[in-house]
Design a protein around this ligand. Structure first.
Ligand code: PMP
Length: 469
C-alpha cells in the first residue's frame, strides 16, 4: 500500500470512529441525519455518520448492578400470564390452545390438525389459490431458474424481471403509473407511512385500522388521531378541528376491515379528505381479489380512477395466496420509495423468485377463473344470511367474506371455539387485546372452496352451541 493510500485509509477509519472531525463536515448535520420523515433503519445508514463519543470519567468506581433479565420485563410477564391462564384453563379440560397450532398440508376450506381434518374458517386463502396447480408450477419454475432467493437487497443486485413483471400487473390493476413490492405486508405499511409523514404531520386513521398502520405512524413520529369506524362525518369533524395545526395530513383507511367484515365508504371519505387537503392511503389487504366485478378491489367496486387516492397498498398473503406487500401510485413517488424508503428495497431483500412468480400467476388465475369469485360471494352471502336468520349479532358485516359472530366475552368465545373444534370446525376466537373484551367474537373467513353443506352444518352447530353457552 502506498504511503498516500495508507494515509487516506487512516483518515477514513478515524472518521468512521468519530475521533476526528473533517473541516468540511464540522458543525454540519451528518449526511444521513435522521429526519422525522426519513429515518434510517437503526444500524444501517448510520454507518456513514460519526459515532457519538462516549465520555468516561476516570477512576469513578462503577456500581455493581444485578443483571436485568428480559423475562423480568412487565410486557413479557403480562404476555406470559395471559397465555398461561388460557393454556391452563384449556389443559384442565384436555384441550390444546387454539394459538400457534401447526397444520399439515394447505390451509383452505379444510385443514389438517393433529391428524384430524376440520372444516376451516381461519384462512385468508379466499379464492383457494394456495394449492392451485398453476401457482405451484409457476413457483417451481422460478425456483429452477433463479434458486431460492434473489440474493441481495434489490437496489444492490437482488432485482429480477419477475419483480417488475408483477409490479406492472399491479399498476395496471389500479390504473396507475407504477407499483413496488415489499417482502412483507406489515413492513409495507410501516415503511411507507414512516417515509411519507414526519414530526409536523398528522395521520387520521379509521378506529379499526391494522396494527401495521399504527406502527407506521410511530415510525413517522407524527401525531395519530382516529375517527369513528367508517364514518365520514366523524372524519370531517376531526379534520375541521385539527388540520390547521399540522403541515401535512394523511387519511388512512382499509378496503375491507378484517375485524368487522365491512368495507369502506371510500367515495365519501375521499371527498372529505380532499376538502381538507389530506392525502389518502388505503390498505387493500382483505379487498384485493375479493371486491369488485373482477376482484380488482375497492377501486373497481366504486368505479374510481387510479388517482382517486394517493397510495394503494395491499398484501400478497391473502387472496393472492403468497407473501409480501405492495404500494401502487404515481411514478415519481414510487421511484422515490424504491430509492429511499428504508424497509422497501433499500435495506430489505425483495420477494423471493418463487413468491413473485406465484403472485403473477395468482393474478392471472383470478382473471381466468371468475367462477372462484362468484363462489366466494355466494358462500359469504349464504353464511351471513344464515347467521342473521339464526339471530346472531354479526355487527356491520356485509358484502365481504369476513363474518364476525359476536359472543360477548373472551371466556365464552374461547369456549365456543373449543366446542366447535370438538365437532370438527376450526375457527379462531378473537379476544382482548385484538378487540375490546365485550366485543370478543368468533371470526369466520369464508372461501370459494367451502360447500353449501359445510356452511349449513356450521351454522346449525353454532346455533346449538350458543344455546348451551
Ligand atoms: N394490513 C392488514 C389490514 C392486515 O390484515 C394484515 C395482516 N393480516 C397486514 C396489513 C399485514 O400483512 P402481512 O400479514 O401480509 O404481512
Amino acid at each position: 500500500m502506498s504511503p498516500e493510500a495508507r494515509k487516506l485509509a487512516r483518515q477514513l477509519l478515524d472518521r468512521l470512529d468519530g475521533q476526528t472531525e473533517s473541516p468540511t463536515t464540522a458543525g454540519a448535520p451528518a449526511p444521513h441525519a435522521a429526519t422525522a420523515a426519513n429515518r434510517p433503519a437503526r444500524g444501517h445508514g448510520a454507518a456513514t455518520s460519526p459515532r457519538p463519543t462516549v465520555h468516561r470519567t476516570p477512576n469513578r468506581p462503577t456500581r455493581q448492578r444485578s443483571r436485568t433479565q428480559l423475562t423480568d420485563l412487565p410486557q413479557v410477564q403480562e404476555s406470559l400470564a395471559r397465555d398461561k391462564e388460557l393454556t391452563d384453563g384449556l389443559a384442565a379440560v384436555n384441550r390444546p390452545s387454539p394459538y400457534y397450532r401447526c397444520h399439515e398440508g394447505p390451509n383452505g376450506a379444510t385443514i389438517q390438525l393433529d391428524n384430524r381434518e376440520f372444516i376451516n374458517y381461519s384462512s385468508y386463502n379466499y379464492l383457494g389459490l394456495a394449492n392451485h396447480p398453476r401457482l405451484i408450477a409457476a413457483a417451481n419454475e422460478a425456483l429452477d431458474s433463479y434458486g431460492t432467493t434473489s440474493g441481495a437487497t434489490r437496489i444492490v443486485s437482488g432485482n429480477i424481471t419477475l419483480h417488475h413483471e408483477l409490479e406492472a400487473l399491479l399498476a395496471e390493476t389500479y390504473d396507475v403509473d407504477d407499483a413496488t413490492t415489499v417482502g412483507s405486508g406489515y413492513l409495507t405499511n410501516a415503511t411507507v407511512i414512516g417515509f411519507v409523514l414526519g414530526e409536523n404531520d398528522l395521520a387520521v386513521c379509521d378506529s379499526l385500522v391494522h396494527n401495521s398502520i399504527v406502527t407506521g405512524t410511530q415510525w413517522a413520529g407524527c401525531q395519530r388521531l382516529q375517527f369513528r369506524h367508517n364514518d365520514p362525518e366523524s372524519l370531517d369533524t376531526l379534520l375541521t378541528r385539527t388540520r390547521s395545526h399540522f403541515e401535512r395530513a394523511m387519511v388512512i383507511l382499509e378496503g375491507v376491515y378484517s375485524m368487522d367484515g365491512d368495507y369502506v365508504a371510500l367515495p365519501e371519505m375521499i371527498e372529505v379528505a380532499r376538502r381538507h387537503d389530506a392525502f389518502v392511503m388505503i390498505d387493500e389487504a382483505h379487498s384485493f381479489g375479493v371486491l369488485g366485478e373482477r376482484g380488482r378491489g375497492i377501486r373497481e367496486l366504486f368505479d374510481l380512477p387510479g388517482d382517486a387516492v394517493d397510495i394503494w397498498m395491499g398484501t400478497l398473503s391473502k387472496a393472492l395466496a403468497n407473501h409480501g406487500g405492495f404500494i401502487a401510485g404515481n411514478r415519481d413517488f414510487i421511484h422515490a420509495c424504491r430509492m429511499s424508503a428504508p424497509g422497501m428495497s433499500l435495506y430489505a431483500a425483495g420477494l423471493t423468485p418463487a413468491t413473485a412468480a406465484g403472485t403473477i400467476e395468482a393474478i392471472r388465475v383470478i382473471a381466468d377463473e371468475p367462477e372462484r369469485l362468484q363462489r366466494l360471494r355466494a358462500n359469504s352471502e349464504r353464511f351471513l344470511d344464515g347467521a342473521k336468520a339464526a339471530g346472531f349479532d354479526v355487527g356491520p358485516a356485509h358484502g365481504t367474506p369476513i363474518i364476525p359472530v359476536m359472543i360477548g366475552s373472551t371466556h365464552k368465545a374461547v369456549q365456543a371455539a373449543v366446542l366447535l373444534a370438538d365437532a370438527g370446525i376450526n375457527v379462531n376466537p378473537i379476544a382482548y387485546p385484538a378487540v375490546a373484551e365485550r366485543e370478543a367474537r368468533l371470526r369466520f373467513f369464508l372461501s370459494s372452496e367451502h360447500t353449501t353443506e359445510m356452511i349449513d352444518h356450521t351454522l346449525k352447530l353454532l346455533t346449538e352451541i350458543s344455546a348451551v353457552l
